[in-house]
Design a protein around this ligand. Structure first.
Ligand code: BG6
Length: 483
C-alpha cells in the first residue's frame, strides 16, 4: 500500500529564537534567561542537571560578562543576520511550515517597558514577510525558554503573578503586529518542563525560594503560566480572526518495565502526571487526582477569583507536542537507568539509544498519537522530533544515513496512526538546521538536514551545507509520502 500522507499535510521544521538567532545584544534586545546558559566542557553530556543548574551569584556575574565565548546561545547560528538564506533553504526543501519563536526580550527588553522595542518588532516582521513570500506558514511559540532575565531576577520568574500581565501585554503586542502573517500560535513550549529546569522554563532560581518551598513555587509559577496561556488564547482569538492556538507538551509516554502490577501502577501514575499539563489546557480544569496529590504534598496553589473561569472558557484549539523518546517505569530501585530529554529514567532493554543516551522508539510515537487523540479528540501536530548526532564532514559532504533511518521509521509510525484514524495535521522536525542544544549548549549535538560550520567553542565559518538527509526529506515532502 502506498504510504501517502493527507493532502495539505504541514511538513516542516522547528527552531527557537534563543538557539538560532545570536545577536544577543543587538537591535535593543535585553538579556534573557537563555543568555545565562554556558557550555560546560568538563561535564558529561548525560548529566543534564549539571548543565542547567543556576544560582543568583552566577547570574550576577554572567550579566556583567559582555563576551559570548562561554555562552553559545548568545551566538546561536546567526539566524538574526542570515534568516533569508536559511528560509530559502527551508523553502528549497519544500517546507510548508516553519515553527519559530519570538524572543520576548527583543520586544520588551526587561519585560516591563511601557512601549515595545520597535527594532525587535521589525525584525520579526521582516522574517514573516520573507516567509510569506516563500509560502512558509509560520507556527509561532510565544515562550520558548527565553523570558527576559530582568523578570527572573526581580520576581523569581513566574512565581510572581505580575509576570502574567507582562506576558499578556507582550503577546497582545505580537498578535496586533503580526495578525496578517501568523495564524498558528503556541503559548508555552513544553510547559511541563518547569519541573525539570525551573530557571530555563520559568526564570525560577532555587536560591530565591524560601528553603523547603521550592516545589510550592514551581506549582505556583506553573499555575500562572496556565492562566496566562488561557488569557492569551482569548486575546488571540479576539485579535486574529480564524487564529488557532495550541498547547505544547513533552510527550514522555511511559511503559512499565514488567507486567508486575506494582510496575503498572507506578507507570499509570507517571502517565497521569504526564497528562496533567495538557489536561488543564484542553479540558480547562485541573485533574481531580492531581489536586488530591498536591493536597497530600501540602502544596497550595493561590488562585485568583476568576482563574477557574479563565481556564475553563479559553481552552486550546489543537494539541502540539515534542517526541524524542518513550520512558520506562519500574519499582525496582536497581533497574538500569538512562538519560533522556532532561530526565533520567529506567532503561528499556528493547530500545537502542543515541550517543546522548536518548532511547529511540518510533513505535512509541504511534502509541503517543493514539493516546493523545483518544483522550483529547483534538487535531494534533508533532512540533519537535529528531535525533541529536555527531556528523562528520568528508570532502564538503555529510552522509547521515542514521538520521534518514530515524526519520523514516518515525514517519512510518505517523502514517500508521493516521491510517487508524488519528487527526494529525502536521510535523515539524526539531532543528532542521543545526542549532545550539537547549540542554547542553553544544553545537556538536546536531539535528539538522543543514549543517552549520561551527563547533562547540564558536569556531567556524557558519557556512550552511546540505546533508544527504536534506535531499531525502525534500523527496518526502515533494511526494507527500514515505514510499
Ligand atoms: C526540546 C526543546 O525539549 O528538546 C528544544 O523544546 C530542545 O528547545 C530539544 O532543543 C532537544 O533538546 P537538546 O537538549 O538536545 O537541544
Amino acid at each position: 500500500m502506498s504510504k501517502q500522507f493527507p493532502d495539505g499535510f504541514m511538513w516542516g521544521g522547528a527552531i527557537a529564537a534563543n538557539q538560532v538567532e545570536g545577536g544577543w545584544n543587538q537591535g535593543g534586545k535585553g538579556l534573557s534567561v537563555a543568555d545565562m546558559a554556558t557550555f560546560k566542557r568538563n561535564v558529561d553530556v548525560k548529566e543534564f542537571s549539571k548543565h542547567m543548574a543556576i544560582t543568583s551569584e552566577f547570574i550576577e556575574a554572567a550579566s556583567q560578562d559582555e563576551s559570548d565565548a562561554d555562552y553559545p546561545k548568545r551566538r546561536g547560528i546567526d539566524f538574526y543576520h542570515r534568516y533569508k538564506e536559511d528560509l530559502a533553504l527551508f523553502a528549497e526543501m519544500g517546507f510548508k511550515t516553519l515553527r519559530l519563536s519570538i524572543a520576548w526580550s527583543r520586544i520588551f527588553p526587561t519585560g516591563e517597558e511601557a512601549e515595545p522595542n520597535e527594532e525587535g518588532l521589525q525584525f520579526y516582521e521582516n522574517v514573516f514577510k520573507e516567509m510569506k513570500r516563500l509560502n512558509l506558514e509560520p507556527i509561532v511559540t510565544l515562550s520558548h525558554y527565553e523570558m527576559p532575565l530582568a523578570l527572573s531576577v526581580k520576581y523569581n520568574g513566574w512565581v510572581d503573578r505580575s509576570v502574567v500581565d507582562s506576558f499578556v501585554k507582550f503577546s497582545e503586542v505580537c498578535f496586533h503586529r503580526y495578525k496578517d502573517y501568523v495564524k498558528y500560535w503556541l503559548t508555552f513550549n513544553e510547559i511541563d518542563s518547569i519541573h525539570r529546569h525551573p530557571f530555563t522554563t520559568a526564570g525560577i532560581v532555587a536560591d530565591k525560594s524560601v528553603a523547603g518551598e521550592e516545589k510550592q513555587d514551581i506549582y505556583q509559577a506553573l499555575h500562572h503560566q496556565f492562566v496566562a496561556s488561557a488569557m492569551v488564547t482569548k486575546s488571540c482569538h479576539e485579535i486574529i480572526a480564524g487564529s488557532q492556538v495550541g498547547c505544547m507538551i513533552t510527550k514522555l509516554t511511559t511503559y512499565p518495565l514488567t507486567p508486575k502490577p506494582e510496575d503498572v501502577e507506578a507507570t499509570l501514575k507517571k502517565n497521569l502526571e504526564n497528562y496533567f499539563y495538557s489536561d488543564v489546557q484542553v479540558f480547562g480544569e485541573y485533574p481531580k487526582l492531581i489536586l488530591k496529590q498536591l493536597e497530600k504534598e501540602d502544596i497550595h496553589i493561590q488562585m485568583a477569583a476568576d482563574d477557574k473561569a479563565i481556564l475553563k472558557e479559553n481552552t486550546v484549539d489543537f494539541v502540539s507536542f515534542s517526541y524524542y523518546m518513550s520512558m520506562t517505569e519500574s519499582t525496582d530501585p536497581n533497574a538500569d537507568r538512562t538519560p533522556g530529554n532532561t530526565v533520567i529514567g529506567v532503561k528499556n532493554p528493547y530500545l537502542p539509544a543515541t550517543d546522548w543516551g536518548w532511547q529511540i522508539d518510533p513505535k512509541g510515537l504511534k502509541i503517543s498519537l493514539i493516546e493523545l487523540y483518544d483522550r483529547y479528540k483534538k487535531p494534533l501536530i508533532i512540533v519537535e522530533n529528531g535525533m541529536g548526532a555527531k556528523d562528520i564532514v568528508e570532502d564538503g559532504k555529510i552522509h547521515d544515513p542514521y538520521r534518514v533511518k530515524y526519520f523514516k521509521e518515525h514517519f512510518e509510525q505517523m502514517w500508521e496512526a493516521i491510517e487508524e484514524g488519528v487527526e494529525l495535521f502536521g510535523y515539524t522536525s526539531w532543528g532542521p538546521i543545526d542549532l545550539v542544544s537547549a540542554g547542553t549548549s553544544q553545537m556538536s549535538k546536531r539535528y539538522g538536514f543543514i549543517y552549520i560550520d561551527q563547533d562547540d567553542e564558536g569556531n567556524g565559518s557558519l557556512d550552511r551545507i546540505k546533508k544527504d538527509s536534506f535531499y531525502w526529506y525534500q523527496g518526502v515532502i515533494q511526494s507527500n509520502s514515505i514510499d
